[in-house]
Design a protein around this ligand. Structure first.
Ligand SMILES: [Cu+2]
Length: 68
């Protein structure tokens, strides 16, 4: 398992945090996601083979947020 920190733009409230958390943890290969509104980031624990970083990034962007 790998930990990856993603900088996310566009989260404005707890609902956004819940959405990002849901899409990340819904991906196969993602074990956990700690999403912070204050830091505008997500720390994701994932299997880089099943859930590579570009897959994490596109899941977040498909949910309407921007990964910097
Ligand atoms: Cu929101």
């Amino acid at each position: 398992m790998t930990h990856t920190t993603l900088e996310i733009a566009g989260m404005t409230c707890g609902g956004c945090v819940a959405s990002v958390t849901r899409v990340l943890t819904g991906l196969p290969g993602v074990t956990s996601a700690q999403v912070s509104l204050e830091k505008s980031q997500a720390v994701v624990e994932h299997d880089p083979t099943t859930a590579p970083v570009p897959a994490l990034r596109s899941a977040i962007e498909d949910a309407g947020f921007t990964v910097r």
